[in-house]
Design a protein around this ligand. Structure first.
Ligand SMILES: CC(=O)N[C@H]1[C@@H](OP(=O)(O)OP(=O)(O)OC[C@H]2O[C@@H](n3ccc(=O)[nH]c3=O)[C@H](O)[C@@H]2O)O[C@H](CO)[C@@H](O)[C@@H]1O[C@H](C)C(=O)N[C@@H](C)C(=O)N[C@H](CCC(=O)O)C(=O)O
Ligand SMILES: Nc1ncnc2c1ncn2[C@@H]1O[C@H](COP(=O)(O)OP(=O)(O)OP(=O)(O)O)[C@@H](O)[C@H]1O
Ligand SMILES: N[C@H](CCC[C@H](N)C(=O)O)C(=O)O
Ligand SMILES: [Mg+2]
Length: 487
């Protein structure tokens, strides 16, 4: 066990009342999960202020408190520590508690609006194929080499991150690829981690409910690059207009990638087909099973990262040619009649446009494109009309439906999506609240060789309404309907 003093190493303290030499059994930031002899960190959250639960934490066994303002009435025998930023303190404490595990492996953070899961998951697979022990912290899962752990956030809280990094240390993991979300950065979940490199994918409209402005959202992403040490690499996509912004204040080695601009790593798309694409990377060629221009960017970022981490060029390309799709990212099913059903996690305007552009570019004749799409409840409302507009502009028929309504009214969300539809496209729209019914209708309407895109939920296996999750799997459902209908 460590002492409170050891755990607080590196945290800037503004006041201390009581002894810090006591042993600490655990750290908690939730009064409902406090162990005896633990330290409770009071966080000012989005919904409530953790400071109001300090006494409850003490009643449950906490013997020390870390908070942003000392309570007026302090309990005898309890140590109180005041800090400027409790989120930041929690993360540094978590790293200390678990023995700073990020220092014992090469940790690479991936940030940006879209592409984080794709890039980190494929880098995990590539390094596994190259024979290394590898870790992954992603939206879909956490992997400690070959052992899988469930996760519910893209970037988990600092205790969860460091706990799994310690497991990775114990398993001899050399490289860990981790998604770094803007919420994670803003809430300082990654403070105290030491990165070997960072990757920026792109920046587009998302989470503007949480970050007040687009520039605030951008500056949050930049924190990852600002915090890199000198020996790390900072890899950025300079075809994105915010790509260079990420490099402005970094101490790390600056490395760029692009398809359209002059960059350290360049690629050209030579051929794009439904079963893959041919890319020219530098003066070498790569046939990849991943399709779409957006995946060309992801593949180039993967190639550049692998090279920055010391893998050999030809070996990287050989391993990359074996990589297939990540679950729920352009995952497709071909029916007996040649209907293609694509399940994709596009839940932002940019992702939806990219996926539909990719589909339209691959159409060879007069196939119809049916899009089934919704927008999440309790999430950025401003993206709803924009996604409604994109879906109807780029498809022949659109079925607006529900995607995790959470505490909002599903019909209200659909109305907000409909508000973005241009008059000439009204005739293309059907609105069916029940997602299963919406998918069934698309299957009924589709004729041989048509294309059905089911967007927004990707790998998710549930639909969440008012805190209740029911099993729901787009990919399984669409396959079953097409099969049942004998199409
Ligand atoms: C909006 C948001 O990011 N919320 C995260 C935040 O919770 P919060 O600030 O709302 O917490 P709160 O409920 O206000 O409580 C404040 C504090 O009081 C404590 N508390 C509360 C009640 C009580 O009885 N006792 C007690 O001690 C809480 O434990 C907390 O420490 O901190 C929690 C602990 O780390 C997170 O679990 C929680 O994620 C929620 C579940 C969430 O849905 N987050 C999403 C939006 C998110 O983070 N998404 C990103 C981005 C995904 C993407 O890029 O698309 C992600 O990284 O997943
Ligand atoms: N490089 C890219 N540029 C634009 N769109 C992309 C890119 N890569 C993937 N997409 C699209 O965005 C969707 C989400 O991709 P992915 O899950 O890799 O992103 P993410 O950044 O992890 O998202 P999240 O923020 O939810 O964790 C994909 O299903 C695809 O439609
Ligand atoms: N990580 C994202 C995923 C959104 C996916 C979509 N299916 C939704 O539920 O809104 C979020 O929590 O905002
Ligand atoms: Mg992700």
């Amino acid at each position: 066990m460590k002492t409170l003093k050891d755990i607080l190493y590196g945290v800037s303290l503004s006041a201390v009342s009581g002894s810090t030499s006591q042993l600490v059994s655990a750290i908690s930031f939730d009064s409902r999960k406090v162990d005896a002899d633990s330290v409770f960190v009071a966080i000012k959250g989005v919904l409530v202020d953790g400071h109001q639960y300090i006494d409850k934490a003490i009643a449950s066994g906490a013997t020390s408190i870390v908070c942003e303002s000392l309570p007026v009435k302090m309990v005898d025998g309890i140590t109180y520590v005041e800090v400027d930023n409790a989120n930041k303190a929690l993360s540094i404490m978590a790293a200390n508690y678990y023995g700073n595990p990020s220092k014992n492996l090469k940790l690479i953070g991936v940030t940006g609006t879209n592409g984080k899961t794709t890039i980190s998951s494929l880098l995990y697979r590539l390094f596994k194929k190259a024979g290394y022990k590898v870790g992954l912290i992603s939206t879909i899962r956490i992997m400690v080499d070959e052992k899988e752990y469930p996760t519910s956030l893209t970037t988990p809280d600092a205790l969860t991150i460091n706990k799994h990094l310690e497991l990775m240390n114990n398993a001899g993991v050399e490289f860990c690829f981790m998604e770094v979300s803007s919420h994670g950065l803003h809430q300082k979940r990654i403070e105290g981690l030491v990165f070997e490199g960072a990757i920026f994918t792109n920046l587009s409209h998302d989470h503007l409910d949480y970050h007040a402005t687009f520039s605030a959202y951008r500056d949050t992403k930049k924190i990852l690059f600002d915090s890199l040490p000198k020996k790390a690499f900072a890899l950025t996509n300079i075809d994105d207009k915010n790509g260079l912004v990420m490099l402005q204040n970094t101490k790390a080695r600056k490395v760029t990638y692009a398809l359209k601009s002059y960059a350290d790593y360049r690629a050209q798309i030579l051929e794009n087909r439904f079963d893959g694409q041919l890319l020219k990377i530098g003066d070498l060629e790569l046939w990849s099973k991943l399709i779409g221009d957006f995946n060309a960017y992801n593949l180039l970022a993967i190639y550049a990262t692998a090279e920055q981490l010391g893998l050999e060029k030809l070996e990287i390309l050989r391993l990359m040619s074996e990589l297939g799709n990540v679950e729920g990212r352009f995952q497709y099913y071909r029916s007996k009649d040649g209907i293609t059903a694509i399940v994709d996690y596009a839940h932002t305007p940019d992702a939806l446009k990219n996926v539909l552009d990719t589909i339209n570019a691959l159409r060879t004749g007069n196939e119809n494109v049916f899009t089934v799409v919704g927008c999440g409840g309790d999430r950025d409302k401003t993206k709803r009309p924009v996604m409604g507009n994109i879906a109807t502009t780029l498809s022949n028929t659109v079925i607006f439906t529900s995607d995790n309504p959470r505490t909002e009214s599903p019909s209200k969300i659909i109305e907000e999506m409909e508000a973005g539809v241009e008059a000439q496209n009204f005739k293309k729209v059907l609105s069916i609240e029940n997602r299963k019914q919406a998918i069934k209708t698309a299957c009924q309407l589709a004729r041989a060789n048509d294309i059905i895109l089911i967007a927004g939920k990707g790998h998710e296996t549930y639909q969440e309404t008012n805190g209740i999750r029911i099993d729901f799997d787009d990919f399984k459902i669409v396959g079953e309907f097409l099969n049942e209908m004998g199409k």
